[in-house]
Design a protein around this ligand. Sequence first.
Ligand SMILES: C[S@@+](CC[C@H](N)C(=O)[O-])C[C@H]1O[C@@H](n2cnc3c(N)ncnc32)[C@H](O)[C@@H]1O
Length: 202
Amino acid sequence: MSHQHRLYFNALAQEWPSRREPETELEARLEGFDIGEGDWILDLGAGKGRLAAALRSRCGTGGRIVALDCAERMLAAGADEYTAAGVEPLCCDASLLALRAESFDKAVCLGTWPHFRHPQRVMQELLRILRPGGGLLILHTCSSRELNRYHALLPGVVAADRLVSARTLARELAGCGFVSLLHEEGPRQYRVQAQKPGGEPS
Ligand SMILES: C[S@@+](CC[C@H](N)C(=O)[O-])C[C@H]1O[C@@H](n2cnc3c(N)ncnc32)[C@H](O)[C@@H]1O
């Protein structure tokens, strides 16, 4: 893990917003991802629980949601959000997931992918913990070009963090063993969707 990223996000935890947009906007971004009642969902790089309520409303009370983040202060600062939505915080690095193999139906990663030091390892770990046929959704609320321009202006370790284009990320996921389902980006949106091979035919 990047210890510097952990320190960076820990230092920002108090001022980091839990919510950035109306709930309906987040709900809309989850459209087409097919989260079902009772699904087990991993929120990767969950921060202070921006997705917690939206995920809960999709998987219902029978679902399980784990909010994973390497910055313990981000998770602690989001405790109210997590408790309200019945979400389990887990402090852990994305490249070494302390989770059982083939235990999750879905993994979502909002606003976090460019911060991973070892994205290939993260992909392999996601392949390991997802059930056959399990889905992965990588989201940003702007294009890679917009995000990279923004990061370059920031002080600290994230200034060098770059998001590859949605097309490139889809290709990298396919190279790692995922089935690539969709990639699109434009102003105010970036979406890459993939699936672990196998599972029941739908
Ligand atoms: C830009 S924030 C996004 C947080 C949240 N998803 C949101 O949209 O508000 C990125 C988050 O990813 C976490 N993070 C960065 N690198 C990580 C890693 N290697 N493993 C787990 N979490 C990581 C950071 O601690 C931070 O909380």
